[in-house]
Design a protein around this ligand. Sequence first.
Ligand SMILES: [Fe+2]
Ligand SMILES: [Fe+2]
Length: 140
Amino acid sequence: MSKELIDGLNQSLQLEIMAIIMYLNHSYMVFGPNRKAMSDTLKGIARQEMNHMETLSKRIVGLGGVPTVKYPQINQTDRIEEMLKNDINAEKGGIERYKRNRELAEREGDLPTVNMLDTIIQQEQEHLDEFNNMMKHNPL
Ligand SMILES: [Fe+2]
Ligand SMILES: [Fe+2]
């Protein structure tokens, strides 16, 4: 049970909290003909990030740590393309952080955490694909 892994998972937790708030905010702030569909997609992804927050927090407690309530600053914009760019960057950054945590967990022989992270990484990749598709088909 290393402090390094707990700290790494807390870094991921910070990014999850940021993603929940940012995606929900974007779901309220998207306008235009695709508003409803984009808003629903953003809300659905925010809900999955909330599940990630829960899974991570429980694991951090299981490892003897304290789940953080901090999160990085969110830059707001009212332009849909900028929103999607921020969403894409959030997913890319999140996946990178998760991959480093996975390596760490594997080195420590913590297979339950490795499996947990594999599931989350797969879902983050789906989010990234979804945001990339939204960016592609966004008429603005
Ligand atoms: Fe997530
Ligand atoms: Fe995600």
